[in-house]
Design a protein around this ligand. Structure first.
Ligand code: CA
Length: 424
């Protein structure tokens, strides 16, 4: 089944600037609060949010098998449960409704008044109720950097890393969307040279540049997902800032991995860009040596060329881009992650969120965390205006952006922006 909505020759009767992340070929899904305080599921073209609940009530999806209230909900979970066939029918229909050659809604000003909102009129919400959150650790460069710093540069990658997409179970209760402010966490740390740990505000708050994919119901308990089927169960992707407290992490992470260093906040961008919309940007993932076990072997292009960047803005200051990376640097693909996750029969549900792990490239300006960019505090970063940073300071705002582009179309994720407030 093709994705008609991806046709690069399409244009919309809603005007879209050439550098917009949201041309008619994107059609992401999100949840927003309207000017009338109604929560609805929507999409976005250019700088307009589109109320899909209202469109459905007006009959624009009549011949697609959808329940009456599918878009009148405060999360996308039920729509995601409907599966890939329905996502494609709905995305293609939205594309038809807003196609510049289609007069039906274009000429109906009354309908437009109930369906269209400017971005200033709405407030984006968390798009899904996240049941389970898993975080992988799939960038070889990141794992090598961390292994070099925390352990031994000669044996930076642990022996299992090239065989297993390493991951751990995170906590979904603290996943927030863009523009939600967070507090500096407090926790237990052991300062250098001290013989006892202390409790207090973290002194090393960090971002992690990640992306996350959101799944549909994938399997029954005990069933595995073959790697060649894995992408069918991926609804779409968001930008993901997996906030971390490095001093807490360093003291607590042995023997069971991170705990309170990672579960105080993780921020996602509010529009889920579908995996379908990203198809024009498929690229090869890094070659894998040694060859993975058969259940993790793949052929063809299984990664996506998504440009990523991070900026830091001090209170009252201007943004400084501190990192430029790309999703395609990931050693393990999303299909490998999902196939491995379910290889023991673990059940995956609609609305589960899987983080990629910090995405670092091979050059120092592509490292996806302050820990790596400032190399454990030894190489402070200089911001526009002269301030320096080795970690995130109170009132700093961290912004992640991501987009794909080729000669024909640009598909973007918008941004996820978070301000860090002082500890309570
Ligand atoms: Ca992480």
């Amino acid at each position: 089944m093709s994705n008609k909505a991806n046709d690069p020759s399409l244009s919309s009767w809603i005007s879209v600037s050439p550098n917009s992340d949201f041309p008619i070929q994107n059609i992401p899904f999100g949840v927003f609060l309207t000017r009338d305080d109604v929560i609805t599921i929507g999409t976005r073209i250019g700088d307009y949010a589109i109320d899909l609940g209202a469109l459905h009530q007006l009959g624009y999806f009549n011949d697609i098998p959808l329940t009456d209230d599918i878009f009148l909900q405060d999360t996308l979970n039920d729509f995601i449960s409907d599966g890939q066939k329905t996502w494609r029918l709905v995305r293609d229909r939205i594309s038809e409704i807003f196609d510049s050659t289609n007069p039906i809604l274009r000429e109906n000003i009354e309908h437009q008044k109930t369906v269209l909102f400017t971005m200033e009129e709405i407030e984006m919400q968390l798009p899904v109720q996240i049941g389970d959150y898993t975080d992988f650790y799939s960038s070889k460069e990141h794992a090598t950097n961390i292994g070099s710093m925390f352990r031994d540069p000669e044996n930076a990658l642990l022996p299992n890393w090239l065989h297993i997409p390493i991951g751990y179970h995170g906590r979904s209760s603290t996943i927030i969307t863009s523009d939600t402010k967070i507090r500096r966490p407090k926790g237990q740390t052991k300062p250098k040279g001290a013989d006892k740990p202390i409790y207090g505000p973290s002194k090393m708050v960090d971002f992690e540049l990640e992306m996350a994919f959101i799944t549909t119901d994938a399997n029954k308990l005990g069933e595995t997902i073959p790697i060649e089927d894995a992408e069918k169960y991926i609804f779409g992707l968001v930008l993901f800032n997996d906030w971390s407290a490095r001093d807490i992490q360093k003291w607590e992470y042995v023997p069971l991995g991170p705990f309170n260093a990672k579960n105080f906040a993780s921020s996602i961008s509010p529009w889920i860009v579908t995996l379908d919309a990203l198809q024009p940007f498929r690229v090869a993932s890094p070659s894998q040596t040694p060859e993975p076990l058969p259940y993790l072997r793949q052929k063809g292009n299984n990664s996506y060329d998504i440009n990523l960047e991070v900026s830091i803005t001090p209170e009252g200051g201007v943004p400084t881009t501190v990192c430029k990376s790309n999703f395609k640097y990931m050693y393990w693909t999303m299909s490998q992650q999902l196939a491995h996750h379910t290889s023991n029969g673990c059940k995956v549900l609609s609305g589960d969120l899987m983080g990629s792990g910090t995405i670092s490239g091979s050059t120092p300006d592509s490292y996806g965390s302050m820990l790596e960019l400032a190399w454990q505090g030894t190489k402070p970063l200089r911001l526009e205006g002269g301030q320096t940073r080795t970690s995130i300071e109170d009132y700093d705002t961290v912004t992640l952006k991501g987009y794909c582009s080729n000669d024909e179309v640009r598909i973007g994720f918008g941004q996820v922006l978070t301000q860090l407030l002082p500890a309570n």
